[in-house]
Write a protein that binds this ligand. Structure first.
Ligand SMILES: [Mg+2]
Length: 240
């Protein structure tokens, strides 16, 4: 199966979300001038890659509980909330316990297996160059998000964990983020909810056309293209 069908399902869901976003919010986003540049970043497959650690912890979990977890599916869909992923195979009453066990296992291997995504360090530096603030908003358990960032010597101003899709919006609004950068169609919804410009990178499960279909304002191949894009954006909105 069904990976093709699942992938198609994600695309369709992204299109539906994009239509909803356009219908309810129009095309407005935070292009107005603000005093301080604030850029929000998603974590998994935007700034860092922890798929090796995720696969290891999930394989061990499956060997312990025998729920039939499709580890490859998990890897192909990195960035989704853990409980929602486990609920595909684990009975409802056992999800919480399985999630807790997974976090223990991932805590042992996650940080050491962390790799930085291409251009991520330079993207964060580009924000700093403009005197801007960097916040990370992720579905990941917050202590593990910090551990992964520390493993690649990244020190954002703030990290918000356990948020997915539109739920990321409150953190973006709280910090007045003009821009949110992510790799998933749900990150476009996050940007919309946060009144931020939706900048996407095609380094996660979604292709560039899928991100465009989801309503992204900007689609970059990788974060290696972000500094030049940010520079151009700042020229257009110099005080924003
Ligand atoms: Mg992601």
């Amino acid at each position: 199966m069904d990976r093709a069908r699942l992938r198609l399902g994600r695309v369709e869901a992204g299109r539906a979300h994009a239509r909803l976003a356009r219908n309810t919010q129009g095309r407005q986003y935070a292009a107005v001038a603000r005093d301080e540049l604030v850029v929000g970043f998603d974590l998994d497959l935007t700034l860092i890659d922890q798929r090796i650690g995720i696969a290891s912890a999930m394989t061990t979990l499956e060997s312990e509980i025998g729920a039939g977890i499709d580890v490859q599916w998990v890897i192909d869909n990195v960035g989704l909330p853990l409980e929602a992923v486990l609920a595909r195979w684990v009975p409802p009453g056992d999800v919480e316990g399985a999630a807790s066990r997974y976090r223990t296992l991932f805590g042992e291997v996650g940080a050491s297996s962390t790799r930085v995504m291409p251009g991520a360090v330079e993207a964060v530096e580009a924000v700093r160059t403009f005197g801007g603030k960097v916040i990370v908003v992720t579905a990941k358990y917050e202590p593990h998000a910090w551990a992964g960032l520390r493993a690649v010597d990244m020190a954002p101003d703030a990290v918000f964990g356990w948020r997915f899709g539109p739920a990321k919006g409150d953190a973006l609004l709280a910090h007045g983020a003009q821009i949110f950068v992510g790799d998933h169609p749900a990150d476009v919804l996050a940007a919309r909810a946060g009144n931020s410009l939706a900048v996407t990178v095609a380094t996660g499960p979604a292709s560039a056309p899928e991100l465009a279909d989801a309503g992204a304002d900007v689609v970059l191949a990788t974060l290696e293209d972000f500094p030049a894009w940010l520079d151009a954006y700042r020229r257009k909105t110099p005080s924003g």
